[in-house]
Design a protein around this ligand. Structure first.
Ligand SMILES: [Zn+2]
Length: 416
């Protein structure tokens, strides 16, 4: 199948200037980017009419299935929100619940121009199944727990990562220092050392968390994980709000990525991530929405806008790069980070009407863009969303009904 996207403004996100031209997609890859590409032998020609093509947004940190928790626990600070609202409900989840709740999140990603997500949640296999069925690229974060022992973690890591350009890949991490038991700590570390793989976790999200870590271990969460060897093969930290200069140095030396979640931090009143400081220290910062229960929306436009409000001096192009290329690289998705010949065709089209009178297109996207600006979402060479219509082989309203049933059942069980 060959698709030609004609007459577009193309932002490749590889630091080259914007190009006015065409993109030819062959199968799941970008075959050619250039001007006046020949239409001969093309199955589908789409006139982009000057609209903008760029790599799909990559959501570098999420708990997608938390759609079932949306709209509850408002006004609680992180620890209360987790321990009194989320955790008791999450205890009731079945694998099928996670499958149903993930589908809703994935549909919302597709509509918002997000083409891949990095998901940490219960029953990752079901998250992978729900995503793959919808043709969505998902990175699963596997964790040691009662149903995934060390051997199983290694097996899943090898199995999911054995196929080139697969929809589902697998990384290993833990939830956070403050929820980490000894068994999980030891086994996760053994897996990391055995496979020599990067490590991923929530880290220094609140002042309270850092203070407690000092009380427990005498060091910051960053130093705690680094001293034990968790970051010996790189990886990433989610949130990274309360870092000391020493923490920054450790992350830099170990080549660990910073993944910021501006919307969630605002929602939970965690604090503001010092993104400018990280850029000044040479980090390529990535962006995540975090779970939909601690955010207003699964929407990278909103994340970019909040980040910009918090850091008015960061150029819009850098922010756009964080939401696309940097996030892809932090998620270890090295083949869909930019629009280049030979890379995977994970492409979105944004409405050129949002450009208004701004000369800088990146500035227009970050300042004016919203979910309504998304005209097309293509993942792996397949168009899944076009002109406000989802092109999926599944009934979307049924997905929402199923997710609502999960929510009602669990809330009922909690009240009993
Ligand atoms: Zn999170």
């Amino acid at each position: 199948m060959k698709i030609l996207l004609k007459n577009a403004r193309i932002i490749k996100m590889d630091d080259s200037p914007m190009l006015e031209g065409d993109i030819l997609i062959n199968g799941n890859k970008i075959e050619k980017i250039g001007k006046n590409i020949d239409e001969k032998g093309i199955n589908q020609v789409i006139n982009c009419e000057g609209n903008i093509l760029l790599p799909g947004f990559k959501n570098a940190h999420a708990h997608t299935a938390m759609t079932f928790l949306r709209g509850g626990g408002e006004g609680l600070a992180l620890q209360d929100w987790l321990f009194t609202y989320c955790f008791p409900r999450e205890d009731k989840l079945t694998p099928n619940d996670v499958y149903c709740a993930t589908k809703v999140g994935v549909v919302e990603y597709i509509q918002a121009g997000i083409t891949a997500s990095f998901d940490m949640y219960f029953f990752p296999i079901m998250i992978g199944k729900a995503s793959e069925e919808l043709g969505f690229r998902m990175v699963l974060q596997g964790m040691y727990n009662s149903y995934t022992d060390k051997k199983e973690l290694i097996r899943l890591y090898n199995e999911y990562n054995s196929k080139e350009n697969s929809f589902i890949t697998y990384q290993v991490g833990v939830h956070a220092e403050y929820t980490l038991g000894d068994e999980s700590k030891d086994n996760t570390l053994e897996v990391i050392n055995e496979l020599k793989i990067p490590f991923f976790t929530h880290i220094s999200e609140t002042e309270h968390e850092v203070k407690e870590c000092y009380e427990r271990h005498g060091v910051s969460p960053v130093k705690y994980f680094a001293d034990k060897g968790f970051y010996d093969f790189g990886g990433a930290g989610y949130h990274c709000i309360f870092f000391s200069d020493d923490d920054i140095k450790i992350f830099k030396e170990k080549g660990v990525s910073i993944i910021t979640c501006p919307g969630s931090n605002q929602y939970l009143n965690d604090g503001v991530c010092p993104v400018q400081k990280y850029l000044d220290n040479g980090f390529d910062v990535a962006i995540g929405t975090d779970g939909p229960a601690s955010n207003y929306d699964l929407n990278m436009f909103l994340e970019m806008r909040i980040l910009r409000e918090n850091n008015p001096n960061i150029p819009a192009y850098e922010i756009l790069k964080m939401a696309t290329r940097n996030s892809a690289l932090a998620m270890k998705l090295n083949n869909c980070d930019t629009l280049q010949e030979g890379k995977l065709a994970d492409i979105i089209m944004l409405d050129s009407n949002l450009i208004s009178d701004r000369i800088d297109i990146a500035d227009s996207i970050v300042t004016n863009g919203n979910k309504d600006s998304v005209k097309m979402t293509m993942i792996d060479g397949k168009i899944l969303y076009m002109n406000k219509k989802l092109l999926l082989n599944e009934d979307v309203s049924k997905m929402y009904e199923d997710c609502e049933k999960v929510k009602e059942r669990i809330n009922g069980e909690i009240l009993c």
